[in-house]
Design a protein around this ligand. Structure first.
Ligand code: HEM
Length: 283
């Protein structure tokens, strides 16, 4: 078992201050703009001596890994709010917390074809490429916080599509569900950062949850259990997700209640666009 994450010798609040200090908040109309200092939060090393199994050991962790959940006025970290809204939009057969009436057959009933699955992978690549380009370009400076999180998927999809090509399959051109969603994300990223972040969260987190489950089922049915790169992450995916949750909580801590609600309201659209991509697999 790994040693526990380090706690600062000067107390946990010093860590919280360290984690938050690179941000200065400036507000302009509806959008709150965070000006990020050149060094990203996640790269700040925090080292300390911590007790572990009866002795003091040196431990190091990045501030993002260690950042306490930054909570809103109602005491709940914002990612928990985003998750709660997303979970309610599932159907019962998709997830226990789901509340929606099903409009599609349950995953266990899907009869996928390689052609349909390839359309899904090609369109997913268009969407992930756009998300990655947006955070790399960082037209809103704090988007850069979400660059290189380790959750990126477009390179993995590129490898998977090449694998299919070498198996003799024809790789289709991107189609409307992917290109329409990518254009919508591009537009949002410029004019509505809170809504954009809603999609960013839902696309990446959905893929590690239901997406993985779907990948496994499809692979059992049509790929002889071959595990695609799309469903593999370097390192510990739970830790990568936690780092992103911490950053989302930090960024959203400067948002007004109205901005947070606006972000949450976008969840339904995120389900609609992603649902259109998934439809490639079961129709
Ligand atoms: C057939 C479609 C889907 C299935 C079977 C599915 C299934 C699941 C399951 C089993 C979980 C984990 C629940 C838990 O933590 O107990 C989950 C989580 C989640 N799903 Fe889905 N889902 C589907 C579609 C979607 C879509 C379209 C979105 C949004 C674009 C989405 C967003 C999320 C999010 C944000 C979480 C929370 C992940 C986390 O907390 O780490 N899901 N889903």
């Amino acid at each position: 078992m790994a040693p526990p994450a380090a706690a600062s010798l000067s107390g946990p609040h010093a860590l919280a201050r360290q984690a938050l200090s690179p941000f200065a908040s400036r507000r302009s109309g509806r959008l709150s703009v965070l000006v990020v200092a050149p060094r990203p939060v996640s790269s700040l090393p925090v080292a300390a001596l911590v007790p572990w199994r009866g002795r003091m050991v040196a431990a190091a962790a990045t501030a993002a890994e260690m950042a306490p959940a930054v909570s809103g006025e109602d005491g709940k970290p914002f990612v928990e709010e985003m998750r709660a809204v997303a979970m309610r939009l599932h159907t019962k057969d998709q997830a226990n917390e789901g509340e929606k009436e099903p409009e599609a057959p349950p995953v266990s009933m899907w009869e996928p074809s390689v052609e349909g699955y390839l359309r899904f992978l090609v369109d997913s690549k268009v969407v992930f490429q756009m998300l990655e380009a947006i955070v790399d370009r960082a037209v809103v400076p704090w988007y850069a916080e979400f660059s290189n999180t380790g959750l990126e998927r477009s390179e993995q999809l590129k490898k998977d599509l090449e694998w299919f090509r070498l198996q003799g399959h024809i790789i289709p051109e991107p189609s409307a569900p992917g290109t329409t969603y990518a254009s919508y994300l591009e537009e949002l990223a410029e004019k509505d950062p809170q809504a954009f972040i809603c999609h960013f969260y839902n696309v990446y987190f959905a893929h590690t949850a239901g997406g993985r489950m779907i990948g496994k089922k499809v692979s059992e049915k049509i790929l002889n259990k071959e595990e695609l790169e799309f469903y593999k992450w370097e390192g510990n995916v739970s830790q990568l997700l936690q780092n992103v949750r911490n950053k989302l909580n930090q960024v959203a801590s400067s948002w007004s209640r109205g901005e947070k609600d606006h972000c949450l309201e976008e969840t339904e659209k995120s389900f609609k666009y992603s649902g259109d991509l998934l439809r490639h697999i079961f129709t």
